[in-house]
Write a protein that binds this ligand. Structure first.
Ligand code: ADP
Length: 484
């Protein structure tokens, strides 16, 4: 089976969040199962640099706006997965992030940048493909950035391949003025309710959901939640029409990249059977960040985008009572300036107990995951969430709000789950500061007063199989279903 996996970010070439982790790991796991898979990604500078030397595959022509672009191919060293890259200097080779400039301003030509990513995926799956020796059976799209692909496949390229769209986050939809339709060479006859129109705008994500042959989400709970007004971001009606077809498949984690036994970012490696090293990682982290070196102070860790979704505005007001209980807090993240400032302020006022690191830092994220005692993730919604899975793997029990993939992966500690050895974290009774505080207090109580129980909770998480193997099999089954 041949699969074209099209995405706007892929670890380790380019990453802003969980989508990159999935795009790095899932194709590798599928390749392991015998799937002939290639990733398609825009040629951002970091992609071109890391994959060099790239080989020329084909010249792409008749593209919207830019006319031509070059299709190159390289291989991700770590996984040996092949990556096709769209090289277009005017579209993708600029300083800044994949979606926005260094000041966080979205690129104004994003409809073209991701319209062309979508279009190229469709071309490569049809009779106009310049690749004569490689045609996919399935085109696997991810999020709004590739949402136009199924529309181009069905309406323009008339390709025989089947399309799947995976929904990683309904909050981002790629909605633009209808004046982009002719620019992107989309048939205006389909700018309707039964097409890619959404409240008078062109919606990339709606196009994906409407025209894809198969829809998946990144956890079973999220598959149900997005069919409701609270989580569907306006697309719940369309999604519930296809409700029975939407398959939720929980993400795995890259167990090579995220493994406390082998993680090269850590001062000391450790495992479920040799947990002692974790204390050394904690000490090294406290030293590095200027926190008081205290082995028994419960160290709360946060690695997150600082947005409303992630619920960290519920944490800021309870930092003082947590410090009064002897806790320390380490946070790594970036996003909304109000939240960044609130946490900066806390760090300034509580030097030695609160460390706030604004920015993106891959090594530090590993050190926080390993060096903290508890991982705090009170998201208001969470399609899957990877950080709680990393917390489980690193013996850092997650404290979470019961939503989406968090609800599907974290099992609250109580007498029953403790006895049957499934307890692996702590779950809020509702998304509020008060509930977060009482949940963290519960965790601290076990941490401080029952070392054996704490160790058991850590081990329950660490010994779970969190790898991609099982999820990759489920995706493969979905591909097969489409092709039947
Ligand atoms: P989302 O994709 O919604 O941001 P996930 O939990 O699914 O959330 O994935 C987040 C990924 O991004 C994880 O791999 C996490 O470690 C990483 N991450 C988020 N913020 C940072 C940061 N500031 N520095 C380093 N890694 C980060």
């Amino acid at each position: 089976m041949r699969v074209l996996f099209t995405t706007s970010e892929v670890f380790p070439l380019i990453k802003t969040g969980g989508l990159a982790d999935v795009s790095g790991s899932l194709p590798a796991a599928l390749q392991h199962l015998g799937v002939d898979i290639r990733i398609l990604v825009p040629g951002y500078p970091s992609v071109l640099n890391q994959l060099a030397p790239l080989t020329h595959l084909a010249q792409l022509s008749e593209l919207p706006v830019v006319g031509q672009a070059e299709l190159l191919m390289g291989t991700i060293k770590e996984t040996q997965v092949k990556v096709m890259v769209i090289k277009s200097a005017s579209l993708y080779e600029r300083a800044g992030g994949p979606y926005a400039d260094a000041n966080g301003m979205e690129w104004l030509d994003n409809p073209v940048r991701f319209g062309i990513l979508s279009k190229v995926a469709a071309i490569l799956s049809g009779k106009n493909s310049p690749l004569k020796d490689w045609q996919p059976d399935v085109v696997h799209c991810n999020d709004w950035q590739t949402g136009l692909t199924p529309a181009y496949m069905k309406l323009v390229e008339h390709t025989p391949a089947k399309s799947m769209i995976s929904l990683h986050n309904m909050a981002f939809q790629g909605c633009y003025a209808p004046s982009w339709l002719p620019t992107l060479a989309l048939p205006s006859t389909h700018f309707t309710l039964e097409g890619f129109e959404y409240h008078g705008l062109l919606s990339f994500l709606k196009a994906g959901i409407f025209y894809a042959d198969s829809i998946t989400t990144v956890s079973p709970s999220y598959a149900k939640e997005i069919q409701t007004a609270a989580f569907g971001f306006g697309l719940e009606g369309l999604l519930s029409k296809r409700g029975d077809e939407i398959k939720g498949i929980l993400n795995g984690i890259d167990t090579k990249e995220w493994n406390p036994k082998t993680d090269t970012h850590l001062a000391k490696n450790y495992s479920a059977t040799q947990l002692a090293g974790k204390a050394e990682v904690k000490r090294a982290l406290q030293e590095k960040l200027g926190l008081q070196v205290k082995a028994d102070a419960p160290l709360l860790g946060v690695v997150s985008r600082l947005t409303h979704q992630k619920g960290l505005d519920m944490l800021a007001p309870i930092v003082q009572p947590l410090l009064d209980l002897g806790c320390q807090l380490v946070l790594l993240g970036g996003g909304e300036s109000e939240l960044e400032n609130a946490f900066r302020h806390l760090a300034n006022n509580h030097a030695g107990s609160v460390s706030v690191n604004i920015g993106y830092n891959e090594p530090l994220s590993h050190q926080i995951m390993a060096g903290s005692d508890m991982f705090i993730m009170p998201s208001r919604f969470e399609p899957c969430g990877l950080n709680q899975l990393y917390g489980l793997a690193y013996g850092t029990p997650p404290i979470i709000n019961a939503t989406g993939g968090l609800a599907d992966s974290v099992i609250n500690t109580n007498i029953i789950t403790y006895k049957n050895k499934t307890a692996n974290g702590f779950v809020l009774s509702e998304a509020s500061s008060a509930s977060l505080l009482s949940c963290i207090k519960e965790a601290i109580n076990v941490y401080k007063n029952d070392a054996a129980a704490w160790k058991q909770i850590q081990k329950n998480g660490m010994l779970q199989n969190l790898s991609w193997d099982k999820s990759a099999l489920e995706y493969l089954a979905e591909y097969k279903k489409m092709l039947q």
